[in-house]
Design a protein around this ligand. Structure first.
Ligand code: C5P
Length: 239
């Protein structure tokens, strides 16, 4: 399958047209950015790690009843996805307080959030991805009331599935960000689910195995990502 014209270049992925109608080709690049692009680097193999992990989770979620844009892998860093109209929302689920929530609100890092907290940010770098409440989502016409309820339920379901999965690997799913898009009448999970878009801590030591390693110079980010990939490979062998 040949890549067509470049349709969109994000901070870590490039989207190309596909020869097949209704599909796109998503290439996970080796670029890594943090703090809205202020920090930038390239790590050989990082795109493959994130694509492999995303493909695994899209497949895992599909098997558990969550509809996603994933079609198939073309190579280790390239996947075919359904062509959607993205909804400009970053939906973040949090099980443990970390990152921006501890800066904006009086939560302590590591504080348990039970029940989990879902926040919705408007995806717009030029505005600093401002937080939206339900009324603003409806007023902006991004979702209907029913769609908003359904997306929150789906996000909680994804959180439960991923939390339990990582729990088995002795990791804590602290938080993650997902995005959805429209595909005909359906709303599907899109974008990626990778170490770039979640926080994962070792259950005992609370060591990070995610993008925070890069953000805050906590060690070798490729080693951290590699450990998650290896744990998932191990899990696959056992299941
Ligand atoms: O920065 P913050 O603490 O709000 O991030 C919450 C979670 O969402 C983290 O796992 C982070 O990696 C992810 N995130 C993301 N893309 C963004 C913002 C947050 O993947 N633009």
């Amino acid at each position: 399958m040949e890549k067509g014209e470049l349709i969109y270049m994000g901070k870590a992925k490039s989207l190309y047209a596909s020869e097949k109608d209704g599909e796109l080709i998503s290439c996970f690049r080796d670029d890594m950015t943090a703090f809205n692009g202020e920090k930038k680097d390239t790590f050989s193999g990082k795109g493959a790690y994130n694509a492999t992990v995303s493909a695994f989770f899209f497949d895992y979620l599909e098997k558990n009843g969550v509809k996603t844009h994933f079609v198939k892998m073309l190579d280790e860093s390239t996947m075919v996805v359904k062509k959607m109209t993205m909804i400009p929302l970053e939906i973040i689920a949090r099980n443990v307080a970390a990152g921006s929530i501890t800066k904006k609100l009086p939560f302590t890092e590591g504080q348990l959030l039970n029940p989990p907290v879902i926040v919705t940010d408007y995806k717009d770098d030029s505005r600093g991805d401002p937080s939206l409440n339900d009324d603003l989502i409806l007023a902006l016409g991004l979702l209907t009331k029913d769609e908003l309820l359904a997306l929150k339920e789906t996000t909680l379901k994804i959180n439960r599935l991923l939390y339990d999965f990582f729990d088995e690997l002795d990791l804590i799913l602290v938080d993650f960000k997902i995005e959805f898009g429209r595909y005909g009448d359906l709303i599907l999970l899109g974008d990626e689910i990778s170490m770039d878009s979640m926080r994962l801590w070792d259950k005992d030591t609370k060591e990070s195995f995610d993008k925070d390693v890069y953000r805050y110079n906590k060690g070798n980010v490729m080693d951290a990502y590699g450990k998650i990939v290896a744990k998932i490979e191990e899990w696959k062998k056992e299941h």
